[in-house]
Design a binder for this molecule. Structure first.
Ligand code: ATP
Ligand code: MG
Length: 320
């Protein structure tokens, strides 16, 4: 559905996106993640035809998005990472405005706006000024607006930032609803737990590089290639970590106050021996269990090497 081939974007001498190749099939809910400054917004803006790449191609439903922008814009609904200011515009007028940009007639706009406002639960706000809506309502209105021309692809850049937990749940339900309607959805977000609950595929960017992409299970398997083990304990944490670190088939993923998380390729017998050794060396082990990999651990793993190399200066810059 969405094919990105060898995409590059330079801002002057700075390379924000480097040789990005990615395929998102029809009907996917694709989560786009990466640290601040990774290049997500840049990629999204190129896909949505708001910026030209330095090199590379974007193909949407078989159509070259860069040379046939007018045609392609009908296929894309875009929810940007910030909401503009709309003084003196009511919700209904706001939808009318966007509908007319797609040359829809007023009857059509009115009918579709009603349906969309109902879908995003804003039917009772039609006569409200846009600026009086809460942030969550504005985000939902933005989604409704992005759908006015019935695009096949919906692209949302951090739609959940600044939303309270209830609004985030509502946004998640809305996106799952849209996926159920057959839309292909790309969403960038830093809230990994939410993405893992709704997305079926992901792409992780870091410093302009796509470091992992595909179905979540496949990416997990490809990256970890190993199992996850959580050991809970009351005393002897340092000893436990030392023993785990000494084991050739174990990598310590994280250390909490009462638990350590490991990825490993040990057999059952080796796990038993490892835990046995900890107990023998006075670690007060209270339990151990297998854990499916989660998106946070995956994210930390695939983005760790560059972070350790001290390449995070752009993160601070874009956080300001
Ligand atoms: N117009 C611009 N001119 C120069 N550099 C830019 C411009 N826009 C973005 N950049 C740089 O390109 C890099 C990628 O930025 P981008 O906004 O794509 O990151 P992002 O992954 O969306 O980050 P965030 O999670 O903070 O939204 C950053 O280092 C940023 O400073
Ligand atoms: Mg961004």
């Amino acid at each position: 559905m969405l094919q990105i081939d060898h995409l590059y974007k330079n801002y002057g001498k700075f390379q924000a996106v480097r040789d990005l190749t990615l395929h998102i099939p029809q009907g996917d809910l694709f989560g786009f993640v990466g640290p601040n400054g990774a290049g997500k917004t840049t990629t999204i803006r190129i896909v949505c035809g708001l910026m030209l790449p330095t090199a590379g191609r974007v193909i949407i439903n078989g159509v070259d998005a860069l040379s046939r922008q007018r045609e392609i814009k009908k296929q894309i609904g875009y929810v940007p990472d910030f909401f503009g200011v709309y003084d003196n515009l009511k919700v209904r007028e706001y939808m009318d405005f966007y509908g007319s940009m797609y040359r829809m007639n007023s009857k059509e706009i009115a009918r579709i706006s009603d349906d969309l406002l109902e879908l995003v639960n804003l039917s009772d706000k039609k006569e409200f000024f846009v600026d009086t809506l809460s942030r969550g309502m504005k985000q939902r209105l933005c989604v409704a607006r992005a759908l006015i021309h019935n695009p096949a692809l919906l692209v949302l850049d951090e739609p959940n930032s600044g939303l309270d937990p209830r609004a985030r749940v509502e946004m998640k339900e809305l996106l799952l609803n849209l996926k159920g309607m057959g839309k292909t959805i790309v969403i960038s977000s830093h809230i990994l737990s939410e993405l893992s609950e709704m997305c079926n595929s992901i792409g992780i960017m870091d410093h302009g590089n796509l470091v992992a992409a595909g179905r979540i299970e496949d990416v997990m398997e490809g990256v970890f290639g190993s199992n996850q083990l959580i050991i809970t304990l009351d005393e002897g944490r340092e000893t436990a970590v030392r023993i785990a670190n000494e084991h050739p088939k174990v990598k310590v993923e994280s250390v909490g106050e009462y638990e350590i998380r490991l990825s490993h390729t040990m057999t059952k017998q080796e796990i038993a021996r490892l835990v046995g050794e900890m107990i023998a060396r006075d670690v007060l082990v209270t339990g151990f269990h297998k854990q499916e990999g989660n998106l946070e651990t995956l994210f930390m793993r695939v983005t760790e090497s560059e972070a350790q190399e001290g390449g995070t200066e752009n993160a601070a810059e874009s956080n300001c």
